[in-house]
Design a protein around this ligand. Sequence first.
Ligand code: MSP
Length: 513
Amino acid sequence: MGKYFYITTPIYYPSGKPHMGHAYSSIIADIFARFKRLEGFNVLFLTGTDEHGLKIQREAEKNKKKPKIFCDDLSKNFRDLTKILNLSNDDFIRTTESRHYKSVNEIWKRLIDSGDIYLDKYKGWYSVSDEAYYDEDEIESSNGKKYSKTSGSQVDWVEEESYFFKLSAWTKKLLKFYEENQDFILPKSRKNEVINFVKKGLTDLSVSRTSFTWGIPVPNNSKHVIYVWLDALTNYLSAINFPNTKDLKYKNFWPADVHIIGKDILRFHAIYWPAFLLAAKLPVPKRVFGHGWILSDDKKMSKSLGNILDPIEIIKSYGVDQLRYYLIKEVSLGNDGTISMENLKNCINNDLANNYGNLCQRVFSFIKKNCSNKIPKSTLMSDEDSELINKLKDNVPNLITLINNQNLNDFIKEIISYSFDANKYFNDSEPWSVKKKDPKRMENILFTVCEQIKNISILLHPIIPISTKKVLNSMNIKTEKISIEQINKLDCFDHDSELKNFEILFNKVENDN
Ligand code: MSP
């Protein structure tokens, strides 16, 4: 039996330009996907676009385009973003694809068959911007208009015939499910929010609309289109060939290991989605991880505040690994976090250029000058040498646990501290001063520090894949073949080949402050 791991990002509304929030969800998922591959898992990493609903229909109308044509153009921006962010996604799904229609139709049929859907009339508040229904106690008035208290987006009164999903009947079963699956919602703080909400008692959910047409028609009643969230959530099944539950992709990858999402869409993933799946008699994903918001200068990014940080612009100026590293290092994964250009520049200079980049640069230049540009063999390792290597090696199980608990911040801190230690070791052992009187000692020092550079680079590879590839390739190690196991194998170097040419990894950036 192979080991399988299925991870997803939210599927993005393609109506606007991709922004830092989208980039953030995707980068997080990419890091986990890459790490699990290093661990030897057969990974399926899915992302895509969420293309139905009134919000998209209105945007298309504004642009005087048919919704499908409008989405064809805009979805491309998100597909391009996967390349710009250097994502390793295995698939990109669009909810306008026929494979997705099949899957949504089957879910609908299962919910009808189980008696969980009935026809009635919806009366209540709806936010087009969030594509969400809100209860009276979840909205507030300002200047004669009504807004959602949580998202701040405007809500309108809606009255129309609608199919309902009997969500109320799932209240107790969901609470039992959360009780039995303690790690289904992470981080813990978010789990408590969800549980408290469910404990208040759930009301039935309107799952179809009649006042617009841009969506998947309800089978046998095409006056209705299926509610965009029921449609969108099902994408996670469409990509693994559901409804063909005998298909190997479905069998190997369902239930998904983790849905990475932002905290604003937790209710849909942690309440509606498991309820739909339980009602459809399908297994529920193992985990939903709700990350926090990225704030710019302590405020939510918005056009009116003029504080939007555009990931594409930042990548053009500083590089993609730099942005990936910065977002993961500086923003605590479960909480909101502020980012700023000043911090980005400090992070590039301190962690990447002065620490990891400098380590590789100094060691490789020294080897070039003093060892015919070949990594020397080790003959006798001193206690300090073994201590440096073993400290990291012995911690690998713990590092894997950090990743499995989505504790990326501690993971990255540990790795960068190894890089700091390796720099210190290189300084303190002074290979330049033993070069003449004890060349063997010099070789052992260089071997040890190369071993450490290799191990650090493997562990940093999921986060900064381009830079670590350069480092490993210059050591004649192919990144396609690297694995966590290689950390335990001492000396997998080719001592007969020269180091490949190595350019500066991270340019330092000017910081005005
Ligand atoms: N289409 C739905 C998701 C359907 S998944 C079945 C959607 N799309 S979205 O484009 O509006 O947002 C996608 C993701 O971007 C969400 O996870 C959201 O949390 C994230 N972000 C949007 N702005 C953000 C920040 N400023 N910071 C961090 N992430 C935020 O919702």
